[in-house]
Design a protein around this ligand. Structure first.
Ligand code: NAD
Length: 243
């Protein structure tokens, strides 16, 4: 029970990776506030539905979680969207969505959470970047840019707030078997099960990640076992270190 009585906010809690993080945290004793557009079906200790593109919602989430749980020890900025295409194929709406959810929301949430964590003597923030934030892949220019930005922001915040005993790190997955990946295959006319199996053959470990493979690392980064990690970017890629 690494998270006995720890109070945790998780965004993107209804998604593939987010739902797994919430389940695992609660199984290890955490009290969890879940944030997503629709959180009605999620077992949680507090439900904070909303749209991360709304500045007031993102700004207010840490305080709302603090009040609902009676404190706040850990924030997991997991929500994300993927937009596809080269720059020449990217609309203003794609830009606003990607930057809004993947960059601006974790910035707003971290900015609001850090003073709350500091006032309690410390805590942890775990952001979700991507392998593509470290080495970009083709045809996802703005997505890769946002993930590079959150990776950089994590390194900066990890350095700047370590003295407040706040550890800020990021997990960088490669392909994960979640709705984000599967809906992309469906949109492009592929059968998702076949496509996931084919993609698995390109990974040295022989399969793409399942949400549990990522959630386990998120929980490690949030736990005291990662007590000396600040501003690190942890790649979780089954040995597939290229975009
Ligand atoms: P997912 O689509 O299953 O879940 C993402 C969640 O974020 C959804 O529940 C969605 O409702 C929520 N969200 C999106 N926009 C929102 C908004 N405006 N307001 C509130 N909530 C919003 O995707 P996932 O695969 O579980 O992704 C989780 C994280 O992992 C994301 O940051 C993603 O970029 C990252 N990631 C995923 C993969 C992958 O292959 N699946 C690879 C690398 C990184």
């Amino acid at each position: 029970m690494r998270f006995s009585d720890k109070k945790v906010l998780v965004t993107g809690a209804a998604g593939g990776i987010g739902a797994t993080i919430v389940r695992q945290l609660r199984a290890e004793g955490a009290r969890v506030a879940v944030a997503d557009r629709d959180v009605s079906g999620i077992e949680a200790d507090a439900r904070l539905p909303g749209d991360l593109l709304a500045p007031a919602y993102a700004d207010g989430l840490p305080q709302a979680a603090f009040e609902a749980l009676g404190g706040l020890d850990v924030v997991v900025n997991n929500a994300g969207v993927i937009t596809r295409g080269k720059v020449t194929e990217t609309t203003d709406a794609d830009w606003d969505l990607s930057v809004g959810v993947n960059m601006l929301a974790p910035f707003r949430i971290s900015r609001a959470a850090i003073p709350l964590l500091a006032a309690r003597g410390g805590g942890a923030i775990v952001n979700t970047a991507s392998c593509w934030g470290l080495r970009p892949g083709p045809n996802h220019a703005v997505y890769c840019m946002t993930k590079a930005a959150i990776a950089s922001l994590t390194q900066c915040m990890g350095m700047d707030h370590a003295h407040q005993n706040i550890r800020i790190n990021a997990v960088c997955p490669n392909e994960v078997n979640t709705p984000m990946l599967r809906t992309g295959f469906i949109k492009r006319g592929f059968d998702p099960d076949t496509a996931v199996a084919e993609l698995g053959k390109t990974v040295p470990l022989g399969r793409i990640a399942e949400p549990e493979d990522i959630a386990d690392v998120v929980l490690f980064l949030a736990s005291d076992a990662a007590r000396y990690l600040c501003g690190t970017l942890v790649e979780v890629n089954g040995g597939k270190a290229v975009g």
